[in-house]
Design a protein around this ligand. Structure first.
Ligand SMILES: [Zn+2]
Length: 472
């Protein structure tokens, strides 16, 4: 650990600058020397405005060692102003005295004036000798949170990750099992948890399997340019078994448009058991749900945002429609809705399961051929789905939440306006109130602007919230 690492990269606001300047004038800490130049002592005036302070390795060593190998207190308090260091010194002495373990050491070193290996007392404070020979202040349990508030939470602490925070603490302080304590403190920091987008790839693929045609279908709207007839969108219905696509031009994206489009397709499709759709208001409306129920669909499966990958066939079909339409519209044609049936036909490619056909050549029994084709298709589908799942699950870990679990949910940035993307909270905290599908949950959210709201989220966009334990 070097002091350079500690202070490096810290951009200091003008308020902070005042304190740093004091350090600068006294100890020449603020310097922008490179390690090669470290030997050179140079007075560097603190520039006005935000500045980056850096401490060279050689300087850090010198600072840390001090005349008697004990660092002076002013330099031991990252984030604590010099003015308050006297209070801090008194607080450390007081809390050290109250700590049974440290008070024993104080007694030996102080009143008894004896030696104790690895410990030293200076100005009433007990220090512990590190392997490097450096002496660090022995922090009693009652002050550890305060130290970390300074070394992690404060502006100077900068919410660094475990290693950097630990390095910063270790420039000055010591206590037993320090790494564990710092690790938990950093892990349970609410700011770090909600701002840092370190979302692991979580949630294994739950393949949507459809056993027969029309069992499961997915619907969505594709937005296009306005046709001469006034249609701006396309309602798309995909059969997840066959990948067969149906599309109907619509004027708008309302529930009434979705209902009209869906009912116009009813003569051509069997009513599916399950209809999948996204969270668009046109599909989540009571009206649409009532309609779906009325025509005999057993379940309307609303897929949360970013979970579309679990609905590959519908995604692929929409992508294809988009591609074909884009090419078509580029020619300046306003009659895409008239040509839709022909355009759709180019999407649908029915591949015959040739292998089984060949095998059964000459067989008279048509039922047998049908059966064998069906089996062949099913086997191929299974293999393909298994391969997709393997690919998707690579680098992913399964994570499951129970009702009552605290979790963080990633939010798409459009939900938080007014702040630059980088400054926005990436996660919101919430409590799992319901397990929806194997990979989706309903959460009651906490925090400004979302308090009490219930939202659905895919496990891939969630991570476990780490509660801070009360220090003993
Ligand atoms: Zn933090």
């Amino acid at each position: 650990m070097t002091g350079r690492d500690v202070i490096e990269n810290l951009t200091i606001s003008e308020n902070e600058e005042k304190n740093i300047s004091l350090l600068d004038a006294e100890d020449n800490i603020v310097s922008l020397l490179s390690p090669e130049e470290a030997g050179v002592q140079e007075e560097v005036a603190a520039p006005s405005g935000p500045l980056v302070a850096a401490l060279t390795r050689a300087q850090a060593k010198k600072e840390a060692a001090g005349a008697e190998g004990v660092p002076s207190l002013e330099k031991m308090l990252p984030g604590v102003t010099i003015q308050s260091s006297e209070n801090w010194q008194n607080e450390v002495i007081l809390k050290q005295e109250k700590n049974p373990e440290i008070s024993k050491i104080r007694l030996i070193l102080g009143e008894k004036r004896k030696r104790k290996k690895n410990y030293k007392m200076m100005d009433g404070i007990v220090y512990r000798k590190e392997r490097t020979g450096k002496f660090l202040i022995y922090i009693p349990s009652s002050l550890r949170v305060k130290v970390l508030e300074n070394c992690h939470d404060s502006i100077l602490g900068g919410h660094y990750a475990l290693d950097k925070t630990l390095d910063l603490v270790k420039t000055v302080y010591w206590w037993p099992s320090m790494r564990n304590f710092v690790s938990h403190f950093v892990e349970s920091c609410v700011k770090c948890q909600t701002f840092k987008p370190n979302l692991k790839k979580l949630g294994l693929l739950q393949p949507i399997s459809s056993q027969r045609p029309f069992q499961k279908m997915a619907c969505d709207f594709v937005e296009l340019t306005r046709s001469s007839r006034g249609n701006c969108n396309c309602f798309v219905l995909v059969d997840l078994y066959s990948g067969f696509v149906y599309a109907v031009p619509t004027r708008q994206l309302r529930t009434v448009d979705a209902i009209k489009a869906l009912s116009s397709l009813l003569p051509y499709v069997a009513v599916p058991e399950i209809l999948m759709c996204d969270e668009g208001p046109e599909f989540t409306s009571k009206e649409f749900q009532d309609y779906v129920q009325k025509i005999g669909i057993k379940k309307l499966n609303v897929v949360p945002p970013a979970a579309h990958f679990s609905n590959g066939k519908a995604e692929a079909a929409i992508k294809k429609i988009n591609n074909i339409m884009r090419n078509y519209l580029e020619d300046g044609r306003a009659d895409w809705d008239e040509e839709l049936p022909i355009l759709l036909n180019t999407i649908i490619s029915v591949k015959a399961p040739s292998s089984s056909l060949k095998k059964k050549k000459g067989t008279e029994n048509i039922e047998e051929i049908r059966k064998s084709i069906r089996e062949d298709v099913d086997r191929k589908k299974e293999r393909k789905q298994a391969a997709q799942k393997r690919q998707y699950d690579k680098n992913r870990a399964h994570q499951e939440f129970e009702v009552g679990d605290k979790a963080l949910v990633y939010f798409e940035l459009k939900t938080q306006l007014g702040l630059p993307a980088k400054l926005q909270r990436k996660f919101r905290a919430g409590v799992v109130v319901e397990k929806d599908t194997p990979n989706t949950y309903k959460l009651r959210l906490h925090g400004q602007g979302v308090e009490g709201k219930v939202r659905r989220a895919h496990t891939a966009l969630m991570k476990r919230f780490v509660d801070r334990r009360q220090p003993e």
